[in-house]
Each structure stands twice: as C-alpha cells, then as structure tokens.
Design a binder for this molecule. Structure first.
Ligand SMILES: C=CC1=C(C)c2cc3[nH]c(cc4nc(cc5[nH]c(cc1n2)c(C)c5CCC(=O)O)C(CCC(=O)O)=C4C)c(C)c3C=C
Ligand SMILES: [Fe+2]
Ligand SMILES: [Fe+2]
Length: 350
C-alpha cells in the first residue's frame, strides 16, 4: 500500500441553507399561531389549509381527513371566516390584529433585552413569517443559541408542541444546528397571573355580575389522551380567582371555538353566556386567558357573536376584557420568564 499524503479535500460547497455566520449570540423567537394575510377567501383558505393539515391539530387519518378538508371545509369556511376577520381587521396596518400584537410584543421584549445583547424576533406557526425563515435569519445574525417562546400560557399538543415540531423539522435540514431551548408553559407563573389580575381590576367594574373565563377548546379525546391543556386552564383559573377574591360561581371556566362534530371540552362559553342571561345577570364580562393577543376568537367570536347571543337571551351588556396584548405587566412578565430561561446563556442581571 502506498503511503502518501491524502488528497486535499475539495473546497466545501455549502448548501443553500448553511448559516454563514460568526457564532456566539443568543436569539429569542416569539411564536404565535398565525393568521391570514387578507380577509379574502383565497388568503383565508391558504391559512386554514396549512393550519388544519397539521396532524397535531386534527389527528384523523390523512386518507379520511384530507378529502373532507379539501372537498368540504376549504370550500365553505374561508368565505365565512373571511367575513369574521373583516369585522376585526386592523385597517391602519392592513393586517390581522394577531399579527399586530405579536409584533408589538416582540418589540416590547426586544426593548427590554437589547442591552443584554439578545436578538429578539417573532414568527407565525402557520403562514408568514414562518419559523424556519426566522430561525435562519437569527443564525445569519450570529445566534448559535435560540430560545423558542410559544405564546401559549397553557400547554397543548395542538399549539405549543406544533411550534417545537416545526422548529425541529427545520433543524433536521441543517448541517450546523443552533442549540435550542423552549420556554415552558407559564399558566401558573405568578407574574402572568398578576398581569391577568391587574387587567381584571382595570376592566371588570363592580357592576359586573359574572366573569366567564373562556379558553379556546379542543376535542375531549385529546384531553383523554394526555394533553394537559384542560388542567392548565383550571389552574390558571384557580390562581386568578384567588388573586381576585372571586369564587367559581362568579368566575366559571368555559371553552369556546368548537370546530367539527366531535365532543369538545365543556361547558361551552356559549352555554354559560345564555345561562347567565337566563339567570337574570344583566352585565357580564368575558375574559380569555389562553389568548395573549386579541384575535378573531376574542374580538369577533366573543365581542360580536356571543354579545349578540347574550342580548337575544335577555342580557344587557357583555364586555370583553382585552387580552394582555402590550400591557406593561405582561411584557415585563414575559421578559422575566425569557431572562430566566436564558440563564447560563447570558450573564445574570445585576
Ligand atoms: C381544528 C381544531 C382546532 C383546535 C384543536 C384548535 C386549538 C387551539 N387554537 C388556539 C388558538 C387560536 N385558534 C385560532 C383560530 C382558529 N382555531 C381553529 C381550530 C382549532 N383550534 C380554526 C379553524 C381557527 C380559524 C378561525 C376560524 O376559521 O374560525 C386563533 C385566532 C387566529 C387569528 O387569526 O386571529 C387562535 C389564537 C388554541 C390556544 C388552541 C388549543 C389550546
Ligand atoms: Fe384554534
Ligand atoms: Fe371562532
């Protein structure tokens, strides 16, 4: 066998998505659900197709579900949902409120962490800007450590887990992966509960006879299979009631936004709104702790749809407590949770 110097390696031909970076920075990526780009049926259809094709959201066998999705749901729902989005659209920025608030939340956290050299950005799980594109951008800016922040206080496989799935699916394509951490659910964190309580003190006056704590629902089957979302919602509600001195009759838990024929978590928000009217409660409030940003489900479904239902059942005034959106207390809480999770990645705050 001939001894000799091995042939020099050919110059590296880096794949398209290779991060050409100077390493060493820390990035934070806030991720919310996603929202249509416009209120027209085509935009809503694009969004719903991506969202409702996710197995974590709808888990029926693909061979059964995809024909129903394409043949029925995506033919009918986009127009109806588009009309709902049109009622709550942010015309000034020509975008959905969910996008406005998510961007502003990222700005708020960025402003608080910039001095510590942390790069903060935001993405949408479905639609744009996507998680993969934003992870690439963070890497290009030098981030070799990235914290994912799913903007869901209560963990669910249908929301939180889909963010992590999408991030790791992107990582699976990379020759050089950043290190990743994920923010744990914050449904029982004191700072989040305090932010909710502070908002309740501002928006729920003494004239309010009942406050319905309305959470986005999901199929009961998912709960039975181990999704902790229902328990997280109950715990948030208990802690908020304790902070406010409310009892469960005054502030009951309910679940909204039912989709499809299966049994979802109960009671439904709609049933509790009607019950309140039937029991002679003339002024009620609805608070939606699972949504950190106002969106079509709070502004339209509760603020318009359920308010109408309440009036028809004999109620007089239904007020919707705004989501935490850009409340100072919430942005401070979120930044503190992020900072805690970055421990060891950035020097501890003095
Ligand atoms: C198909 C089933 C759905 C499950 C399960 C589900 C869980 C879930 N969703 C949120 C938060 C949001 N959902 C939003 C909109 C929305 N959700 C579904 C369906 C399921 N959600 C649909 C079809 C839609 C679109 C609107 C419509 O056509 O009615 C939104 C608002 C997005 C916006 O653009 O404003 C949020 C936020 C959670 C927290 C959750 C489970 C815990
Ligand atoms: Fe949803
Ligand atoms: Fe809805």
């Amino acid at each position: 066998m001939t001894q000799g110097r091995s042939a020099p390696l050919p110059p590296a031909r880096l794949p398209e998505n290779h991060p050409r970076i100077a390493q060493g920075k820390v990035g934070v990526l806030l991720v919310n659900l996603g929202t249509p780009e416009g209120t027209d049926a085509a935009s809503v259809r694009r969004y719903l197709r991506e969202f409702l094709s996710d197995r974590r959201v709808v888990d029926y066998p693909r061979a059964l579900w995809l024909p129903v999705l394409e043949g029925i749901i995506l033919r009918t729902r986009p127009k109806k949902s588009g009309e709902a989005y049109a009622k709550i659209w942010n015309h000034e920025a020509d975008e959905s409120p969910l996008r406005t608030y998510t961007r502003e939340q990222a700005n708020g956290v960025r402003g608080r962490l910039e001095a510590e050299g942390v790069i903060v950005d935001w993405a949408m799980r479905y639609g744009v800007p996507g998680i993969a594109a934003k992870l690439s951008e963070l890497q290009s800016q030098g981030c070799d450590r990235i914290l994912l922040v799913p903007l869901y206080p209560q963990y669910s496989a249908t929301t939180t887990a889909t963010v992590v799935d999408a991030a790791f699916a992107h990582l699976a394509t990379l020759p050089w992966q950043p290190s990743i951490r994920t923010l744990p659910p914050f449904h029982d964190e004191a700072a989040y509960i305090d932010a909710l309580a502070e908002s309740a003190r501002r928006h729920v006056g003494p004239e309010v006879e009942r406050v319905i704590l309305s959470y986005h629902g999901l199929p009961q089957r998912y709960f039975a299979a181990g999704d902790p979302y229902h328990c997280h919602c109950q715990k948030t509600s208990r802690l908020l009631r304790e902070a406010m001195g409310w009892d469960p009759d005054f502030a009951p838990v309910a679940f909204q936004s039912k989709f499809g024929p299966e049994k979802w978590l109960e009671p439904s928000t709609e049933s509790l709104v009607v019950k309140a009217a039937e029991e002679g409660k003339k002024r009620i409030a609805v608070m939606a702790p699972a949504f950190v940003s106002d969106c079509v489900e709070t502004l339209e479904e509760i603020g318009i749809g359920l308010a109408e239902t309440y009036h028809e059942a004999g109620g007089e005034h239904l007020s919707v407590v705004p989501c935490l959106n850009t409340d100072e207390a919430f942005l401070e809480a979120l930044t503190d949770l992020v900072r805690r999770e970055l421990s060891g990645w950035i020097p501890a705050a003095p």
